[in-house]
Design a protein around this ligand. Structure first.
Ligand code: CLF
Ligand code: SF4
Length: 494
């Protein structure tokens, strides 16, 4: 296969385009060669626009890992903990295929099966490739995706290519073994445990070799990096430049998750996570060089559904065991997925065309962060009190871009337990620090008042409108009202 080294203009690349979505990954999709566009336009992780329309699921078939990361503690049966490495049940390849067929019948938006743990998929190659092989026979329309630490990757590239796997993620946290020694206490290599700097050096070399081999085969590589303040935060811009030069398609810088209750080395030793502002600053710095992913949700190794939602509990093994999943069932589901794909890709293309044709935004006016409550479809369709996360956009005279998301507790649980509800609302307000407005489908009286007091304007006037149009409309209203001449109030700069 011919190698593709894909170059995409970054938002600061000075293309001269002035459309309202200039530089957003949605707009970039228009600039991709056709074969690449087809590979990413329905992948919710590789295309920011697609994540509003398409769902993924992870099959937890890979329990073993060949390295140890200081941010990892694999946990089982933890239904409420949402972070990579956590699963409720490890599946056999047969169970995984059955579950995937059940999910992909119930959720026509399902376009990707990823294997991402709970250990390393390529440290469990027999289980991983058996799952891919069996699923490709029963549901050939579903894209296959794998996420690895890279140690075993060079040995598996042929097998990945043989299974038509177009999307591989490598977690690369450093290029410097001294930094690596602070992240990886050991690796298991050639039947031996190797520790310290030597271990990090081997891992780094294998990751870089794997990246080069994948790119040479035209496989789209996404690089994930965990931002660890004081350890690799000053180093990740160099990682970004290097992997871009080697042809990686996308870079995803994720914040370290470190809580003592997770039982990880970093959690137990008090290593802090980056703040949203620190993460954004680094992502902005890297974006000068590379196409950045900003919509990652750091999902569980058995996540199911649109990014940001987890419907795993609906598809436990006992529920799936009761279902009849034969060839007719699989064919009927595939037809419904094809219908959805056609409708969604047409809608996305129309939105991109409209954004491209839109008049140039005003040049003046400072950037404003706004939070949006959405449960998918690219529209504002979630009640403030029901939102478990908010998407955060930056609107400015240069247009609109997604900055990331902020997780929050469910504020409104229906029964309105006052004490708990109040503290959940306070946590939501903290999560929205830095935002000047929040756009949602509906909002109650109490949170409205508290948001205003915190300097965040609630806005329910754009319910069911496309997110991009609504956020830019609110920004233009702020501009017209003269609210963008001065810096934001101290509360929003927090
Ligand atoms: Fe899964 Fe990863 Fe494939 Fe996506 S997740 S294996 S590329 S299908 Fe996506 Fe989840 Fe972020 Fe991963 S949001 S953690 S980037
Ligand atoms: Fe955990 Fe993945 Fe690191 Fe293995 S590679 S220790 S599963 S985070």
């Amino acid at each position: 296969m011919k190698a593709h080294v894909i170059r995409i203009a970054s938002s600061s690349g000075g293309s001269g385009c002035k459309s309202s979505s200039c530089g957003s990954p949605a707009d970039r999709t228009n600039t991709l060669p056709d074969d690449i566009r087809r590979k990413v336009e329905d992948h919710p992780c590789y295309s920011e626009q697609a994540h509003h329309y398409f769902a993924r699921m992870h099959a937890a078939v890979a329990p073993a890992c060949n390295i140890q990361c200081n941010y990892c503690n694999r946990k089982y049966d933890c239904a409420n903990e949402s972070r990579p490495g956590v699963v409720s049940e490890v599946l056999t390849p047969e169970q995984a295929v059955r579950k995937t067929l059940a999910v992909a019948a119930a959720i026509p938006q399902m376009s990707v099966l990823g294997i991402a743990g709970p250990g390393d998929p390529l440290a469990n190659p027999a289980r991983t490739f058996a799952t891919f092989r069996m699923l490709a026979e029963r549901a050939p329309d579903i894209k296959l995706c794998v996420s690895t630490n890279g140690l075993a990757l060079p040995d598996c590239v042929d097998e990945l290519a043989k299974h038509n796997i177009d999307h591989v993620t490598i977690t690369i946290n450093c290029l410097d073994a001294d930094i690596g020694a602070k992240i990886y206490p050991w690796i298991f290599w050639n039947n031996k445990r190797v520790r310290g700097r030597a271990a990090a050096q081997i891992l780094i070399e294998r990751q870089q070799l794997g990246l080069e081999m994948l790119v040479a085969r035209g496989i789209l590589v996404k690089v994930n990096s965990v931002m660890i303040p004081g350890v690799n935060d000053r180093h990740l811009a160099e990682v970004s430049r290097t992997v871009k030069a080697k042809g990686a398609f996308l870079h995803n810088v994720m914040p370290l998750i470190a809580e003592a209750e997770h039982g990880t080395y970093y959690g137990l030793t008090g290593q802090r996570s980056p703040s949203p502002a620190e993460l954004k600053e680094l992502q902005d710095e890297c974006e000068g060089d590379m196409n950045m992913m900003r919509h990652c949700r750091q999902c569980r190794a058995d996540a199911v559904g649109l990014l940001g939602e987890d419907r795993g509990a609906e598809f436990s093994l006992d529920k799936i065991a009761a279902m009849e999943i034969d060839d007719a069932f699989a064919a009927d589901a595939m037809a419904r997925r094809a219908e959805w794909r056609e409708k969604a890709t047409a809608e996305m293309a129309a939105k991109r065309a409209a954004a491209h044709a839109a008049p140039a935004p005003a040049a003046e006016g400072r950037p404003v962060l706004m939070a949006v409550a959405s449960k998918g479809g690219g529209v504002i369709n979630e009640h403030f009190g029901h939102a478990r996360e908010f998407l955060v956009y930056e609107a400015s005279g240069a247009g609109l871009r997604l900055i990331g998301h902020r997780k929050t507790d469910l504020y409104c649980s229906g029964d309105n337990d006052c004490g708990a509800a109040e503290s959940a609302l306070d946590r939501t307000l903290r999560a929205l620090a830095g935002c000047e407005a929040v756009l949602c489908a509906k909002i109650g009286f109490e949170p409205w008042g508290k948001l205003e007091a915190a300097g965040i304007r609630p806005n329910g006037e754009h319910a069911m409108e496309p997110i991009e149009d609504a956020v830019m409309a609110v920004w233009r209203e702020m501009l017209a009202a003269g609210r963008l001449a001065a810096a934001p109030a101290a509360k929003q700069r927090a």
